[in-house]
Design a protein around this ligand. Structure first.
Ligand code: ADP
Ligand code: ADP
Length: 227
């Protein structure tokens, strides 16, 4: 009944083994934090779970399907349900496209754009993350603060109606004064929508506050998972 079940995952870069037989499960509505020193394999695990880089070994079961054996064409309809949120709030947004376009894009790409209802859906998604379409919708990413852009990134992820968010240090690049607001938003969304969170984070105080379980990684392995 796990939303995500990762079994014996292996990620290699040439002869470097970045992730070495990592296994964990994650239920809907749960936050599993992935912690450990820089270079221990957290981002590589996240990238392989999302199938953005194909793992060298192991299995990734998501919502009852095993992903590693699927080709890109078979993966495409499954990808919307697993959405990344990255560290750099500006990195996932195109610098020349408006906030409104950034949130509309997943709807268009997934064939869910409707001229009659699309604009209202975008405004609604922006409202969910605390932004006002009339104020922020027409702006470009660099006209917003980092915290506001991270909210846009979250709205963009929500446009795909995900079941899992893979959050790779989502507040580490933000001004400390706006981190709590973004984290509270994520917690609210998780509660309302029953999302699973795979939450990469190096701030142990924050992990203790935010995570249901914590997986400690070192040198490509999970050393233990604690509640
Ligand atoms: P983090 O520790 O936050 O994951 P890094 O600075 O280690 O970030 O990595 C940033 C980017 O550089 C990632 O896309 C990662 O895949 C890539 N990267 C990290 N180490 C190497 C390396 N030895 N060779 C090539 N690319 C790397
Ligand atoms: P973390 O996210 O915990 O900082 P990463 O997954 O980024 O760790 O990196 C794990 C290991 O894989 C490190 O030794 C890193 O240098 C290496 N690595 C990451 N990305 C690449 C890449 N694109 N090419 C080569 N080595 C990489």
């Amino acid at each position: 009944d796990d939303l995500l079940d990762v079994r014996e995952l292996v990620v290699r870069y040439g002869s470097t083994v970045a992730v070495d037989r990592v296994s964990f499960g994650l239920r809907a509505g749960e936050t599993l934090a992935l912690v450990g020193p820089s270079g221990c394999g957290k981002s590589s695990t996240a990238t392989a779970v999302l199938q953005l880089r194909r793992p060298a070994g192991g299995e990734v079961w998501f919502d009852g399907r095993e992903l590693t054996g699927l080709d890109e064409r078979a993966l495409r309809p499954l990808r919307p349900a697993m959405q990344p949120v990255f560290q750099d709030p500006y990195g996932s947004l195109s610098p020349r496209r408006s906030i409104r376009d950034a949130v509309a894009e997943p709807l268009r790409v997934q064939g869910r754009w409707d001229r009659a209802t699309g604009p209202a859906r975008v405004a609604e998604l922006l409202a969910v993350v605390g932004l006002d379409d009339r104020v922020h919708g027409g702006r470009l990413p660099h006209e917003l603060s980092g915290g506001q852009c991270q909210r846009v990134g979250i709205a963009r992820a929500l446009a795909s109606e995900p079941k899992l968010l893979v959050l790779d240090e989502p507040v580490s690049a933000l001004d400390p004064s706006v981190r709590a607001g973004v984290l509270n938003l994520l917690a609210d969304l998780q509660e309302k929508l029953g999302l699973g969170f795979l939450f990469i984070c190096h701030d142990m105080a924050l992990v203790r506050h935010f995570a249901d379980r914590t997986a400690e990684m070192r040198a490509g392995r999970i050393e233990r998972i604690s509640v």
